[in-house]
Design a protein around this ligand. Sequence first.
Ligand code: URA
Ligand code: SF4
Length: 301
Amino acid sequence: MIDRYRKYLLRRLMTSGDTLYRVGGSAHSAEGSPAAGTGIERSSEPASPWLTPEDGRAKQERESIRGAALFSSPADPPGKRTESASGTIRVGSSKEQPNLFGEAENVTLVDGLEGLDLVALEKMVSTCTKCPLCDGRTRAVFGEGDPRAKIVFVGEAPGKNEDLEGKPFVGRAGQLLTKILASVGFTREEVYIANVLKCRPPKNRDPKEEEVMACKPYLKRQIELLNPALICALGRVAAQNLLETNAALSVLRKNIHFYEGVKTLVTYHPAALLRNPNLKRPAWEDIQEARRIYDEALNGI
Ligand code: URA
Ligand code: SF4
């Protein structure tokens, strides 16, 4: 078991390019409660309710879940890790962000959003005409959840259902997201969910750069106000735009990043998991890692 875990760590280290490596596991079992069993018990059945036995059960991935379980013991409350390799946790990090306070070139100052609270910001977004997507929208989708949430999930842009309802992730992908959250003990109500774009692109096409540029200050201010301990970027478009990189999602999800000083993880978009169930197992590892970092951050408060 220990040997297998060492191999797992080695594999992770060899495939990571940054200094912050994503290793470790989750304190949560498939049912969303603190893990009470061992990895051996867990590996004999589907690891999560949203995974079926057919979903990408590569041997290597199974091993890494078992290895991750070594960090949990029945005595550990959620988030209390016996070991951590994730580096510093920056809770309340907005105060440390050099461009939040004072710098004239701060884009939120330019856009005049710095005095707005979440309610005022949402109101502004609901009537925004800063990019042509306003023409096609039924409703802008600002985002929703607990304004005190310490974890924020960021998707790409509203789809058809979201545009109609004015809420993020309410379609098929959204239903899967709800299950993914529940599998590590999160309810939608206790997290916060938003998108890079607040209005639906026609036929759900990829966002254009000018649309992202126009909309970015809203998300930036939103995240400043929420001041989470962790952001989880859902999919390539969210990750690349948040992190301002062209790196592939498969690479980005292996490391921990920072958006405006806030620790940021990257995982697959739930819609991608619907198209390719083989991605569900790595996504399951990602969400467990998100839960672990979240718990760790909360314990440090
Ligand atoms: N996909 C997204 O990226 N965001 C949503 O809100 C819905 C689907
Ligand atoms: Fe405004 Fe963003 Fe909607 Fe464009 S996508 S109209 S910038 S809210």
